[in-house]
Design a binder for this molecule. Structure first.
Ligand SMILES: NC(=O)c1ccc[n+]([C@@H]2O[C@H](COP(=O)([O-])OP(=O)(O)OC[C@H]3O[C@@H](n4cnc5c(N)ncnc54)[C@H](O)[C@@H]3O)[C@@H](O)[C@H]2O)c1
Ligand SMILES: O=C(O)C[C@H](O)C(=O)O
Length: 339
């Protein structure tokens, strides 16, 4: 089927093959919210990752079925299913990476912040489980609103005396995935050769793709640049509206979540130069959590890169996002303080 055509291997396949080093240590990954729209596909992708040896699937419903199904895939990872609060400890013990896509998704007309009322408590409870059962694990937070759920996780971990800012990540990979797709489409590039850093947070105007730093570079009019920026910022809403009340992005998010989890595992395993955009505790701007390019290593975060040169358009957008980002962070912090 591919005779004659030059076929470029995609990023997940590249991540999976380079993670497959024979000397890679055993790694246990848990997916919390594994029976959900994201959770099920993400669990499958994690089952396909050669760097995962144990895959623990946790949810408050339906995980026995999801785990049985996933366990029949003929790859190396051993799958276990855990259902309900009393099985959370077993799901988490010995984990190296905990991926959290638990919680409710948006419906049309909602903002991500509208999910705070339900998801804040869900995330706090799950991170408490991490603090008690696998405090050394890397946490990759998918549940929205990410701009607040990551600070919530940090505060819960602090309450338990186990917070390590190098090990807590908000997953903003889907913004990068979208920016790459839209940029490649617009400029006629092979999407597998494209890179676009996306900085800030993960909601509306806090999502800032830096197309001036995209590779390969392209000359775009101000109108095209603005349209691409807005499409990236509204990518989640585009899917929510298209799904018309049946949830938000699940397939592309599972792909993005697997890409990030695999990058985290490669970093843990000592693979060099693993760099992803992710929302972490950061001092590169005036807000305490910010997404930018981060090098991932054996301890989690090994280096947080600065923003580089920004155009006037990008500088203005950066300034404009700060009040919203700051308020979302404060809301998360206060939620745990008042718990
Ligand atoms: N970071 C991102 O880029 C991104 C992208 C897409 C979606 N999301 C977010 O991911 C979350 C999940 O989305 P979805 O489409 O998979 O939703 P979903 O409703 O399909 O699945 C959520 C799952 O979480 C489970 N759950 C609820 N409470 C739980 C608890 N206390 N412990 C464990 N599991 C629990 C539910 O039973 C369900 O199976 C939403 O908050 C959504 O907004 C984030
Ligand atoms: O948009 C949403 O609510 C889900 C997610 O954050 C996304 O970007 O797709």
């Amino acid at each position: 089927m591919f005779c004659g055509a030059k076929r470029v291997v995609g990023p997940l396949a590249r991540a999976f093959s380079s993670a497959a080093a024979a000397e890679a240590p055993e790694r246990k990954v848990a997916v919390l919210g594994a029976a959900g729209g994201i959770g099920q596909t993400l669990s499958l992708l994690m089952k396909m990752s050669p760097s995962v040896t144990k895959l623990s699937l946790y949810d408050i419903v339906n995980t026995p079925g999801v785990a049985a199904d996933c366990s029949h895939v003929n790859t190396g990872a051993q799958v276990t299913g855990h259902v309900g609060q009393e099985q959370l400890g077993d799901a988490l013990k010995g984990c190296d990476v905990v991926v959290i896509p638990a919680g409710v998704p948006r419906k049309p007309g909602m903002t991500r912040d509208d999910l705070f009322a339900i998801n804040a408590g869900i995330v706090a409870g799950l991170v408490e489980g991490v603090a008690k059962n696998c405090p050394e694990a890397l946490i990759t937070m998918i549940s929205n609103p990410v701009n607040s759920t990551v600070p919530i996780a940090a505060e819960v971990l602090k309450k338990h005396g186990v917070y390590n800012p190098k090990k807590l990540f908000g997953v903003t990979t889907l913004d990068v995935v979208r920016a790459k797709t839209f940029y490649a489409e617009k400029n006629g590039f092979d999407v597998n050769t494209v890179d676009v850093p996306v900085v800030g947070g993960h909601a509306g105007i806090t999502i800032l793709p830096l197309f001036s730093q995209a590779t390969p570079s392209a000359t775009m009019s101000d109108e095209v640049l603005d349209a691409l920026t807005k499409r990236t910022q509204n990518g989640g809403t585009e899917v929510v509206e298209a799904k018309a009340g049946k949830g938000s992005a699940t397939l592309s998010m599972a792909y993005a979540g697997a890409l990030f989890a695999d990058a985290a595992l490669r970093g843990l395993n000592g693979v060099q130069d693993v760099v992803e955009c992710t929302y972490v505790e950061s001092s590169i701007t005036e807000v305490p959590f910010f997404s930018s390019k981060v090098k991932l290593g054996p301890e989690g975060v090994s280096e947080i890169y600065g923003l580089g040169d920004l155009t006037d358009y990008e500088s203005d957008a950066l300034k404009a996002m700060m009040p919203e980002l700051e308020a979302s962070i404060e809301k998360g912090v206060n939620f745990v303080k008042n718990m």
